[in-house]
Design a protein around this ligand. Structure first.
Ligand code: PMP
Length: 406
């Protein structure tokens, strides 16, 4: 193993605390990850040394803050291997990135009768924007299903592709099932039909090393806060040819070039999509988070998290009454489960009292939860600062919940 987990854990102040007189065990990383001291320090440094509104300022601080922001863009470009910094748009999160594309892509390319393909395993943030855009533009949203393991039904997806298809929008990794979708295959197939593909990378980018040029995806969206960076930060990657053609999303601020009484011209990429004062301190934190991850190495992170996932799967499988939701061949760092007929909230409350944070409920994926015909799941999602000893504690907490609730 190439990661020094003890040393890594020392970087995360929040993990040092006790809750209910027990060491905090944080298994809610798919909802949001904790922040290393390096990220917290970057935000502090920004406010103590660089804080100012960016772009167009001639004075010292404004230039310094602008440089920090644009340096961050270069580092994010490199992190996901985009061709150009023009293709990196800072947003406030995956949801905003996805809404931006749904709204502007709809206006630019979608006509009545056109179709968009998505999947049943999407988070609401990559489902509702497409659903609403299709309703507004009298287009049709087509939804590919899954098999019993929670893997995408590729035959069904292939069968949905037609001359009417204008875009395929799907998640890289499911936030409920943990399934890693065969996105390379889907992108290659879509491109044979000249259909662009958007990937919701909210659960992908923190666990897998992502190379957007190698994937050849047309859009890739993610949130900073699931990537050890501050809340209110996010990224939209889009191929320049699409970003050039799409209309602006919001109006005002740096996205403006010139304003006349009767019309306005817009700035070039990437500023065309960055209206208003951005979250500069958040982006400083995002830059520090990416540097931290690159220091650890995404391959090392993926290997260690895979070890945790296998360990947890094996240990939880041995508990009588535990049923998994999502047993795909390719999974990333989370398990969703139910214990007998215990409601996920009840189980979650008892597990919490044992000092362990898990998430319960529908995980903002109601179409999937309805399809599974369950009220929700308990989800334990792992990060590189978690340990097998913590998973052993989860096993004890599940046994306790089972004992108390059955
Ligand atoms: N997509 C997926 C797959 C997610 O898991 C999430 C967050 N749970 C989102 C999109 C939305 O992310 P955010 O709330 O950070 O915008």
């Amino acid at each position: 193993m190439n990661l020094n987990i003890e040393q890594i854990r020392a970087d995360f102040p929040i993990l040092q605390q006790q809750i209910y007189k027990r060491p905090l065990i944080y298994f809610d990383n798919a909802a949001s990850t904790q922040k290393p001291r390096q990220v917290i320090d970057a935000i502090r440094h920004y406010y103590e040394h660089d804080n100012c509104n960016i772009h167009r300022g001639v004075h010292y601080l404004s230039v310094k803050a602008t440089e920090a922001y644009e340096e961050a863009r270069k580092e994010i470009r490199q992190f996901i291997n985009a061709k150009s910094t023009h293709e990196i748009i800072f947003t406030k999160g995956a949801t905003e990135s996805l809404n931006l594309v749904a709204s502007t892509f709809g206006k630019r390319y979608i006509q009545p009768g056109d179709e968009v393909i998505t999947t049943i395993m999407e988070h609401h943030s990559n489902f509702v924007p497409w659903q609403q855009m299709c309703l507004e533009r009298r287009a049709l949203l087509r939804v590919a299903g899954i098999n019993a393991k929670g893997e995408l039904d590729m035959d069904e997806l292939k069968g949905l592709i037609s001359k009417k298809t204008k875009l395929i929008a799907l998640t890289h990794v499911s936030n409920v099932l943990g399934t890693v979708n065969p996105v390379r295959e889907i992108i290659a197939l879509a491109h044979q039909h000249d259909i662009p593909v958007l990937l919701d990378g909210a659960q992908g980018v923190s666990h897998l090393s992502v190379d957007v040029q190698e994937l050849d995806c047309d859009f890739y969206c993610f949130s900073g806060h699931k990537l050890y960076a501050p809340m209110g930060t996010g990224v939209l990657y889009g191929k320049e040819k699409y970003l050039e053609e799409l209309p602006p999303y919001q109006l005002g601020g740096e996205m403006i070039k010139d304003v006349y009484l009767d019309h306005t011209t817009f700035n070039e990429l990437p500023f065309k999509f960055e209206a208003g004062t951005p979250n500069v301190e958040g982006v400083a934190g995002l830059r520090a988070a990416v540097a931290y991850l690159q220091d650890l190495g995404m391959e090392n992170i993926a290997a260690y998290e895979d070890h945790l996932l296998r360990y947890a799967t094996e240990k939880l499988s041995a508990i009588e009454g535990v049923r998994f939701y999502g047993t795909a061949r390719h999974k990333a760092s989370l398990i969703s489960f139910l214990i007998g007929d215990i409601h996920s909230y009840d189980a979650g409350m008892i597990i919490d009292k044992m000092g362990i944070a898990v998430r319960t409920g529908h995980h903002c994926a109601m179409p999937l939860i309805d399809f599974l015909k369950i009220p929700g799941t308990v989800r334990a999602s792992f990060a590189f600062y978690n340990t097998t000893e913590e998973i052993d504690q989860l096993v004890s907490a599940i046994l306790k919940a089972r004992e108390m609730l059955t």
